[in-house]
Design a protein around this ligand. Sequence first.
Ligand SMILES: Cc1cc2nc3c(=O)[nH]c(=O)nc-3n(C[C@H](O)[C@H](O)[C@H](O)COP(=O)(O)OP(=O)(O)OC[C@H]3O[C@@H](n4cnc5c(N)ncnc54)[C@H](O)[C@@H]3O)c2cc1C
Length: 304
Amino acid sequence: MVRASSNDWVFSLSLENHLTQVNDASDQNQLSSKWPLANEVEQTVLPTFFQTKLANYKVDRDIPGVKGTSGLSPYLAIGAISARSVLKRLMYKHPDILYSPDSAEFSWLNELIWRDFYRHLLFHFPDLIKGRSFNAKYDQLQWPPTETYFQLWRDAKTGFPIIDAAMRQLQQTGWMHNRLRMIVASFLTKNLLVNWRLGEAYFMQQLIDGDFAANNGGWQWSAGTGCDAQPYFRVFNPQSQSKKFDPSGKFIRTYLPELRDVPDKYIHAPFEYLIQQGQADKYWPEIVDLKSSRVNAIEFYGMK
Ligand SMILES: Cc1cc2nc3c(=O)[nH]c(=O)nc-3n(C[C@H](O)[C@H](O)[C@H](O)COP(=O)(O)OP(=O)(O)OC[C@H]3O[C@@H](n4cnc5c(N)ncnc54)[C@H](O)[C@@H]3O)c2cc1C
């Protein structure tokens, strides 16, 4: 088993290399005059993020109902801007960033480091592209037949509002908030015991920022099969996550307007309330019991 972690490994392999070149003449300036998308990042996306959102990034980055992240991923994914150019601009505005590990700026840089980390993994372990688990023992898992569960998850009919709203965000915009990607991926691979490769493929089909390395890394992290991944016995509870990161249901109501009138108290688990109101036809019943499916998941992954 190769040991690696996003922080120490990538810092030595990659970031140092970027930093030595931070003062190079800006290739991006030349690019942006020729390419409108590069221009858009240079003129609008990055400056707006730096000026209005970066200072609150540490908190806002986890709240799906707030536009607290950069929205840079589609531009990075198609190469409209390079991570090196982004780093240059960040270092220019915040020259002390590496000495401020608790700052909002550093926490954003850390996400760019995750991106680099997954790219390095793919370079050094190219078999990942063949669908292998990073941790080979998990290739022995015998996945149960779960076609129906996969379809309900994909079609936003799970009965868990935070999951269904997230899946609608993906369908309608081609993008999904990072916190929600983690929640829906954990739910699919753990509570529903669906092979992570199905979720990975569906995301690649839908995402406007689809990037093999980041997507594969995110799915394997969530399923617990990856490098420096979430342990297999950690299973997100979608209702607790929902209460914590979307307490008033602002995000849920945006994508599930059928739940607009459900009081905040019931928004994270509305079915019983809807039955009492004689409105059961408004939404789906929960497709799985959270407690028992958690226990099943731990047993399933723990066998390996
Ligand atoms: C299951 C799953 C699948 C994912 N699939 C993709 C994908 O196909 N393409 C993709 O770019 N990201 C993917 N991510 C990572 C992350 O969700 C997105 O990069 C982020 O939501 C993009 O929004 P942003 O640009 O506003 O991010 P910000 O929070 O502003 O972060 C800045 C940049 O850092 C990088 N980044 C941030 N978080 C991560 C992360 N966890 N892993 C790798 N890079 C990161 C992105 O390039 C992002 O643009 C996935 C995460 C999970 C859990």
